[in-house]
Design a protein around this ligand. Structure first.
Ligand code: PMP
Length: 396
């Protein structure tokens, strides 16, 4: 007799429960803002990727509503059938201008973008070399390809050089890295990685999910941060769901990249286009970040302040260089207990343990946004001090 569905569900869920890995997402009972509500408690929110406060921004919501009224609730089809609205095309033109790239294409999410772009560009006989800490969506995207896959040590140009020197091909060579790493908040040394890639004729693929809207002039991203904008051998992908406040993914680069993706990328060909309200929100977000430099200034002054104060209290922020601010607890029990205690104090920050981060490096990941006020951050720091002392993470 074949296995029943309930037997499968039960086995899998029991295994997760027994290993302490069963996930139960916390539910936000108010909008995604610097202050929100979780489990009936009003909290300072350090858990989101809402870097610029765009997820619930009045101007962005107004534009989303306007697009909803004018263009409707849904795109109605995949883009190659009848789902490409004028607003999709216009936004892509604006995005390519913003990124200083020859072309840009928007997909439904950052996750599907990695699947679509890596799955399209890489073919048998190609060599792709990926940072050991790259995001899960890159790993899954690479699983879709028949290229030879190799790993280099995290952000290590010398190791990248070694791997490339040992893996020559007549096919395409590609180096793949996150721009900003989502668990540690460190920035990839992109200038050095691109230099090594060029030495071997490889293109560089940067997933800038956490760098776009955060790094570079007006949030143009990690590629701009390193002065590499306009390079034809650099492909930028990213998400429109973090700093940009809505949802979606993009690929930007070589002038012909868009055309090939339109013809081959499976999420583009087989999944419905973004709804108009989302496009409206993104158009407004792109305008706002260029018009109001105070957003980036606040993001970064909040980041510097929060990190410096945590360090003064004695916490280890793990060398983070961006608004992603991990606080090291070591063992997962300590991180999860601290997260519970912080929530009881009115601070929402998520504990992360293995397999999301390496064993022994369990942490709470805090993300500072432009929307936090000094009072929000001081409130969170007060809670951190009490919880850290109670758990013996910092001195009493
Ligand atoms: N790449 C990276 C580096 C990410 O951190 C994320 C988000 N977790 C994604 C891709 C996926 O983006 P999205 O949420 O838009 O699917």
């Amino acid at each position: 007799m074949s296995l029943t569905l309930s037997a499968r569900l039960n086995t899998e869920l029991s295994a997760l429960r027994d290993s302490g890995l069963l996930i139960r997402p916390r539910v936000l009972e108010a909008p995604q803002r610097a202050r929100t509500r979780v489990d009936g408690v009003d909290v300072v929110n350090l858990a989101s990727n809402n870097y610029l406060g765009f997820a619930d921004h009045p101007e962005i919501k107004a534009r989303a509503a306007e697009y909803l009224q004018t263009w409707g609730a849904g795109a109605g089809a995949v883009r190659t059938i009848a789902g490409t609205l004028q607003i999709h095309e216009d936004f892509e033109t604006q995005l390519a201008e913003f990124k200083h790239t020859g072309s840009a294409l928007v997909l439904q999410s950052g996750f599907t973008t990695n699947q679509g772009v890596l799955g399209t560009l890489l073919q048998p006989g190609d060599v792709v070399v990926s940072d050991e800490l790259n995001h899960a969506s890159i790993i899954d995207g690479l699983r879709l390809t028949k290229a030879t896959k190799k790993i280099y040590k995290h952000s290590d140009p010398a190791d990248l050089d070694r791997v490339l020197s040992e893996n020559d091909t007549e096919g395409l060579k590609m180096v793949v890295t996150d721009g900003v790493f989502s668990m540690d908040g460190d920035i990839a040394p992109l200038d050095e990685l691109v230099a090594v890639a060029r030495k071997y004729g490889a293109v560089t693929y940067v997933d800038d999910a956490h760098g776009s809207g955060v790094l570079g002039a007006e949030g143009r991203g990690t590629v701009h941060h390193f002065g590499l904008e306009g390079a034809e051998d650099v492909i930028q992908v990213g998400t429109l769901s973090k700093a940009w406040g809505a949802v979606g993914g993009y690929a930007a680069g070589h002038a012909d990249l868009r055309q090939l993706l339109i013809n081959r990328a499976r999420p583009y060909l087989f999944s419905t286009a973004q709804p108009p309200a989302v496009v409206g929100a993104l158009v407004a977000a792109l305008e706002l970040v260029q018009r109001d430099p105070s957003l980036m200034e606040r993001l970064w002054s909040n980041t510097r302040y929060f990190k410096a104060e945590l360090a003064t209290l004695g916490f280890d922020t793990m060398g983070s260089q961006t608004p992603i601010t991990p606080v090291l607890f070591g063992e997962p029990e300590a991180a999860f207990e601290a997260s519970r205690r912080l929530l009881a104090e009115g601070v929402f920050a998520v504990g992360l343990g293995f397999p999301t981060v390496p064993r022994g490096l369990a942490r709470i990941r805090n993300i500072v946004t432009a929307e936090h006020t000094q009072a929000d951050l001081d409130f969170a720091l007060g809670a951190y001090e009490r919880v850290g002392k109670a758990l013996g993470i910092i001195g009493a």
